[in-house]
Design a protein around this ligand. Structure first.
Ligand code: GDP
Ligand code: MN
Length: 385
């Protein structure tokens, strides 16, 4: 779960990271009132979960409340990388002497929480990684001890933090690390971390990405979710207890087990098709969850065929088959459906599916090929029609 800048800053503030606290606003008038309270120059910032807001015109300075209102009017409603801005953050403007990048990520390859630091702050770190990789420090932390003082010193010297700010820098990195660990984050970054012209170290922008699988441990963080920016189908799926990720293809996939779902997507691609989604209905799925999964898949207008791939272990194949046939009666649109159900009670399952005139398959290759052909058939007839 990605957190908006103002939410990320809320968390970092609890860990003593120095920030310029602002207020959110959803209208130009609110932005003006916020700027009035702040009294002084402000920065008006689009709150959307995409990078590079500055370049896209989503971050603007304003000297007066009137100007803040005008800038907010420009930014609210602006579309940045496909997302419409609804909320802005109004915060005191900083006078910047130097910008740094400072982040923590969970680096799977290094099997460690890793500090990423660069003196080329303000630009996206991916950009620096491409154009100037030696400007980036990657520091894998000890998996048990975590952040140690020598790690902090190493980062501080690499960045060339001025001597009188090294103590403050240590507090920032330690706070960022504690926030990262306590909230089970995958990413926590400050970009830019700045030195102001009056010699203070301040986090001007923050981004935290939480590990979805760890969210049940953080009921206090769940309300920070921004439903405006989530794929509605993914929200529905989460509520139904289904793991679902929307993709851009035409073959809807309904599978039990994450590994099997990945394999299914690979085979769809190998057969020349494109999966419309990743979907894992989970173990021992009941008829209602099967029905919910179908609804979510078929809500996507790109879906031209559905590939059902079930391996029955504890899950009984005939139960799933019955679930499919029942669910199908409630569908609002007809799409060809190819089902491969193997394992427990596979023969009974095949019988039920054939009786309901579903396309069946025995092997996974066969199922993928049939689903791709079926999707093409729909596309071809649509062109003819
Ligand atoms: P991003 O583009 O989405 O990463 O948004 P940021 O919050 O990082 O802002 C982009 C850039 O705008 C920063 O790197 C700064 O150069 C500039 N910026 C942001 N806040 C301020 C501010 O308070 N004062 C000044 N002078 N510049 C700012
Ligand atoms: Mn930034």
């Amino acid at each position: 779960m990605k957190l908006q800048e103002y939410r990320s800053k809320e968390i970092l503030a609890r860990y003593g990271v120095p920030l310029l606290p602002g207020e959110t606003a959803t209208s130009p008038e609110e932005a003006r009132a916020a700027a009035q309270r702040i009294a002084g120059a402000v920065v008006v910032k689009a709150q959307v979960l995409v990078g590079g807001r500055g370049k896209a015109g989503g971050v603007k300075l304003a000297a007066t409340p009137q100007e803040a209102e005008a800038r907010a009017r420009e930014i609210i409603g602006l579309e940045i990388k496909g997302v419409t801005v609804r909320t802005v953050l109004v915060a005191p403007a900083a006078e910047i002497a130097k910008e740094y990048y400072l982040g923590l990520i969970l680096d799977r390859a290094a099997k460690a929480v890793t500090v990423i630091a660069s003196a080329e702050g303000g630009v996206e770190i991916e950009e620096t990684a491409r154009t100037n990789p030696e400007a980036i420090l990657r520091l894998a932390l000890h998996p048990l001890i975590g952040l140690q003082d020598h790690n902090v010193r190493r980062a501080s010297f690499f960045l060339g933090i001025p001597p009188d700010l090294r103590r403050d820098f240590a507090a920032v990195l330690k706070g960022l690390h504690a926030a990262f660990m306590d909230s089970d984050a995958d990413i926590a970054e400050i970009n830019p971390l700045v030195v102001t012209t009056d010699g203070r170290l301040v986090a001007l922008d923050a981004k935290i990405v939480l590990d979805d699988s760890a969210l049940p441990r953080h009921p206090d963080l769940e309300p920070m979710r921004d439903l405006n920016e989530e794929e509605p189908a993914e929200v529905q799926a989460r509520e139904a207890g289904i793991s679902f990720i929307k993709l851009d293809g035409t073959i809807g996939c309904m599978v039990n087990g994450a590994g099997l779902a990945m394999t299914t997507m690979d085979l769809v691609k190998l057969a020349g098709g494109e999966p419309a989604n990743f979907l894992d209905i989970g173990g021992g799925a009941k008829a209602d969850r099967v029905a919910a999964a179908f609804r979510i898949i078929l809500d996507d207008p790109n879906v031209q065929a559905v590939l059902v791939n079930i391996f029955g272990g504890i899950t009984r194949g005939d139960e799933v088959a019955r679930g499919i046939v029942e669910a199908r009666q409630t569908f609002t649109r007809e799409v060809p459906m190819v089902a491969r159900i193997v394992g427990t009670n596979a023969a009974e399952a095949a019988e039920i599916l054939r009786a309901a005139r579903l396309i069946t398959a025995t092997s996974l290759d066969d199922a993928a090929a049939k689903a791709v052909a079926a999707a093409r058939g729909v596309q071809a007839s649509e062109r003819l029609g």
